[in-house]
Design a protein around this ligand. Structure first.
Ligand code: DX5
Ligand code: ZN
Length: 230
């Protein structure tokens, strides 16, 4: 099993964002998770394609854009041009989910659906062929630093069963990502429930002293060693 750790820059120091991105990847992270909020679909406002473009030269690691915006389609090509590698969106925020997935893939990115705690997984059933990743939210979207909702574990197991059945039938892989409240002390349980890709915001960027360029090494090593026993 290959596990990916995707620190969410929502909890990074925005005054030093380029440095934060480079440091967290140098410390052993795999992806950069990029949370886009519009103060409409979710009650918070964050960053857009300009910031994605600005951090693109700071790393060769994949940029995983999590769109918490409504509508979705208008902004997709802008993120593709800004260097996004993966783009995920919430099915409730798109009028035509199949079309939006196609649009993301036609823009040259990997595509995924995001499931809020109360959103049923059957939104994925008729679009499996267009999914590269499924993202299960373990908090309600909008803010970093919230507590993990335990019901997400059953949802991960359900998503894992759907994905494994699909892979057995087609040979095609779909990643299963979790987002919200992931910490060193719960990541192993989350992995056992079926996740292979882990967003962690406050757990990673809250670690260590601001002046230490190696400050993310130990938290990332701890997350990895918790996963090593799986
Ligand atoms: C919440 C965001 C998350 C958030 C995770 O809407 O999608 O990516 O940054 O932060 P933590 O890991 O602190 O829960
Ligand atoms: Zn996110």
């Amino acid at each position: 099993m290959t596990f990916r750790i995707a620190p969410s820059i929502l909890s990074a120091n925005f005054a030093k964002l380029g440095e934060e991105v480079a440091n967290v990847i140098a410390s052993g992270a795999d992806w950069i998770h990029f949370d886009v909020m519009d103060n409409h679909y979710v009650p918070n406002l964050t960053i857009g394609p300009l910031v994605c473009e600005a951090i693109r030269p700071c790393t060769t690691a994949p940029i995983d854009v999590h769109l918490m915006v409504k509508p979705v389609d208008r902004i997709v090509p802008d993120f593709a041009k800004a260097g996004a590698n993966i783009i995920t969106f919430h099915p409730e925020a798109s009028e035509h989910i199949d079309r939006t997935l196609g649009l993301i893939r036609d823009s040259g990115c990997q595509a995924g659906l995001v499931f809020n705690p109360a959103t049923p997984l059957n939104w994925m059933d008729h679009v499996m062929d267009k999914l590269d990743i499924v993202l299960v939210m373990s908090v309600n979207p909008g803010f970093g630093g919230q507590s993990f909702i335990p019901g997400a574990l059953d949802k991960l197991r359900e998503a894992r069963a759907k994905i494994d059945a699909y892979t057995a039938r087609t040979g095609r892989q779909i990643l299963l990502e979790i987002d919200g409240g992931v910490k060193v002390d719960n990541i192993a349980e989350i992995a056992r429930a079926g996740a292979d890709t882990f967003v962690a915001g406050s757990a990673v960027f809250g670690a260590g002293k601001d002046s230490d360029p190696q400050r993310y090494n130990s938290v990332l090593a701890n997350l990895r060693s918790a996963l090593a026993g799986i």
